[in-house]
Ligand binder design. Structure first.
Ligand code: ADP
Ligand code: ZN
Length: 722
């Protein structure tokens, strides 16, 4: 499996769960895969497709994407094809003949075609190894993308009872998951996987909306010539923002449902093909976007729910490089969204919408780790205190907390005195002694808290109120004009039993400012200028090649591959093969051109190989499944025992235990590799590096050694170093 992974895709390690999922498919099990956008779902059926004898049929609703996906696979040397309504009948016939002759391993089709009787009849004559259903949540009426054609996929069970089915989605709600399993009639033996939803390479930040355009320009300075999406609430603001950015010299275009289909497609294509950098879009945009080098996603207005927000930001950084997710926030947006709630008739639906908006507000207002909040929404516990990659975590320490117990007591007791019947603005008015008619007629100017907060600005009290809300001293009743209600913790504060610490409130700036705008972009941050120049040259070359072949640039190489080229400066084909994401087929097809470009650049500029991220081994992370194996190991089971107990391969078991060898929880490796083999393996790692195993194996001569042994020794050496 590792060899194929490198040969076709140019990757050296599986992402979490990929190996297990692939093994499950190879054992003909049905599987349900829940992974965030960019988590690496495609590989889970693409690699099995190469190993299995028959055809793998991929069902995808995204006709617009199929060509790019298939182009990318063909560039990687994978015999793939798509059949959809964009093709002439003669092309379709030709492809069907190729499939019959066994020339195609992976076929992409839309669900409506798949369930056509004539197409089913065609498939019935072909050995099929796997059905992979992408965007499987489209099958559920509870999901946000329900498609009636997906419902009919149940027919697969009836017509192909022995062919395993893999259903994949990034949508997390329990109800949708359950629905997918039921609709597809997954039995008890079906395997279910849930990957962590954490996207470690995404940086999250929130900025206030004041001086929004200026702030945006500042932010974009850190993303010069990089691709990004800016989501806006309305079609009109989308157009206006794109125009304003063009005026400032950016290459930006709008995308929304108000444009005619041809313009929409054209704008999207220009973005995908790197002809423009920025697309200003309503949420109508994105479903069909697989572009891997999106370096930032900005929300110019508040999204309606975290589910949507997470999916949209998920479009950034699919290639694993650092990317930015920036949200602009003001309370005005909340009201704009609520305004549309008046159109919702169904009460249950209304409640869901209100709850969703509330979680979104909690996110925007919070001073704790953004990542923690996002993952918490998906029912996942984020274990670290400080994620190190969100505005709040990065500014923590830098910004001090202060004791605001006294002011909090003033605010909370004011809420109590007015019987928890009013919202933030009213409370502040009372505190600051406003002579507003409402206050006078409610006789609230007689309260003891009236006017006691005069010496602080409105901004201060607003900020404090939101601190109190985000720290759960107060809740806003969304169903009831956002009236403030006290929690038990609030009473403890008023009784003096509890102190309130908040971040220092800057009355002049109004809200928290973030480091996002000053954070240099990933490539600029790490590459010296000469290398950055070369990176741009390689990008231009990639674009040229893509144009010639009518392909999307990122299907030739991801940015991460180009970046790795500038770091390694390969001179030979075999060095080129060491570049991340370069498999044999791409090396054959494009190697020469890229090597020439790199050599030409080096003749004119003196740059040298950077030895900074010389890819070296990083142990895989701990997960539920690694832990399950480790527990059995601790009970005294051998790797073979664990393998039969858990019904997973020995390779998987070793990949699990490797985690604990690397973390020194397993210190004795004599059960996995014999003493006299360690020295030669170690020597080979020293000579060939430890990122990729196949050259090390080649050097050792395959016979005497197994990949498992190499992995064990590698982890063991890692443990010794750390
Ligand atoms: P998803 O379908 O889950 O949104 P993709 O399958 O498109 O995600 O994968 C996201 C990105 O990760 C792609 O650019 C893919 O090439 C890359 N990728 C997948 N598996 C690996 C791996 N094992 N190592 C490195 N990159 C990977
Ligand atoms: Zn954080």
């Amino acid at each position: 499996m590792e060899e194929l992974l490198h040969k076709y895709f140019g990757y050296t390690q599986f992402r979490p769960l990929q190996r297990e999922i692939i093994e499950g498919v190879m054992n003909k099990k049905d599987s349900f895969v829940l992974m965030p956008t960019g988590g690496g779902k495609s590989l889970c059926f693409q690699l099995p497709a190469l190993m299995l004898p028959g055809l793998t049929v991929v069902v995808s609703p995204l006709i617009a994407l199929m060509k790019d996906q298939v182009d990318g696979l063909i560039a990687s040397g994978v015999p793939a094809a798509f059949i959809n309504s964009s093709l002439f009948q003669s092309d379709i016939d030709e492809r069907m003949r190729a499939i019959k002759r066994g020339k195609i391993k992976l076929l992409y089709v839309a669900p409506e075609r798949l369930v056509m009787p004539s197409f089913l009849a065609f498939l019935a004559e072909i050995p099929i190894s796997l059905f992979a259903i992408d965007e499987a949540h489209c099958i559920s009426e509870w999901g946000h993308d329900f498609r009636s054609e997906y419902r009919q996929l149940r027919i697969l069970r009836k017509n192909f009872p022995d062919v395993p089915v893999m259903a994949m989605t990034a949508t997390a709600t329990q109800r949708v998951q359950q629905d997918i399993l039921e609709q597809l009639k997954f039995g008890k033996t079906a395997l279910r996987y849930k990957a962590s939803f954490d996207r470690a390479n995404l940086h999250y930040a929130v900025l206030p909306k004041e001086k929004q355009f200026v702030r945006l320009l500042q932010f974009l300075k850190g993303h010069k010539d990089e691709a990004g999406i800016i989501y806006c609430f309305s079609k009109k603001s989308t157009d206006a923002l794109a125009a304003a950015l063009c005026e400032k010299g950016f290459k930006a275009l709008p995308y929304h449902a108000g444009l005619d289909a041809a313009t929409r497609t054209k704008n999207q294509e220009k973005f995908v093909k790197d002809e423009i950098d920025i697309i200003c879009a309503t949420i109508a945009f994105g479903m069909g976007i697989d572009k891997s080098n999106v370096r930032f996603v900005v929300h110019y207005d508040l999204p309606k729910s975290i589910a949507g927000y997470y999916q949209e930001t998920g479009r950034a950084g699919r290639d694993g490089l650092e990317s930015d997710c920036l949200l602009f926030f003001s309370y005005g947006d909340k009201h704009k969204i609520e305004y549309f709630f008046t159109e919702i008739q169904n009460e249950r639906e209304l409640r869901v919408a209100q709850e969703e908006l509330k979680s979104m507000l909690d996110y925007a207002e919070s001073h704790s780790c953004r990542r923690k909040i996002l993952l918490n929404y998906f029912g996942e516990h984020y274990p670290k205190e400080n994620c190190g990659n969100c505005d709040n975590c990065m500014s923590r320490g830098a910004s001090e907390t202060i004791d605001a117990t006294r002011e909090a007591q003033m605010f909370l007791s004011c809420v109590a005195r007015i019987d928890q019947r009013f919202g933030i603005k009213y409370v502040i008015d009372v505190l600051r002694g406003s002579e507003d008619q409402r206050i006078l007629s409610n006789r609230h100017h007689d309260l003891s808290t009236y006017g006691i907060g005069k010496d602080k600005k409105v901004k201060y009290w607003q900020a404090l109120a939101h601190e109190l809300i985000s720290n759960k001293y107060l809740v806003q009743d969304a169903a009831n004009y956002n009236v403030l209600r006290l929690t038990p913790a609030a009473w403890e504060v008023m009784k003096g039993e509890r102190k309130v610490e908040i971040r220092r409130i800057d009355e002049t700036a109004g809200g928290s400012d973030s480091v996002a705008s000053s954070r240099p972009s990933a490539q600029a941050a790490e590459l010296p200028s000469g290398h950055k120049d070369l990176f741009e040259k390689l990008r231009a070359l990639r674009k040229n090649i893509a144009e010639k072949h009518g392909m999307a640039p990122y299907m030739i190489f991801h940015d991460s591959s180009l970046r790795d080229m500038t770091v390694r400066l390969p001179k030979t084909k075999s060095e080129f093969l060491e570049v991340l994401g370069v498999g044999e087929s791409k090396a054959d097809k494009y190697g020469k051109l890229f090597l020439e470009e790199i050599a030409a650049y080096q003749r004119e500029h003196s740059i040298t190989k950077l030895n900074l991220p010389k890819a070296s081994y990083i142990p895989p992370p701990e997960s539920q499944t690694t832990l399950a194996s480790f527990r059995l190991y601790k009970q005294g089971m051998s790797a073979a025992d664990i393998s039969s107990e858990r019904k997973i391969s020995l390779t998987s078991v070793m990949a699990h235990l490797e985690v604990y060898i690397a973390s020194k929880e397993i210190t004795d490796i004599s059960a996995f590799v014999s003493e006299q083999k360690i020295a030669p393996i170690k020597a080979a790692f020293e000579k060939y590096g430890d990122a990729v195993l196949s050259p090390v194996m080649d050097a050792l001569g395959k016979d005497g050694f197994t990949y498992e042994e190499l992995r064990v020794v590698r982890a063991f050496l890692f443990a010794g170093r750390s």
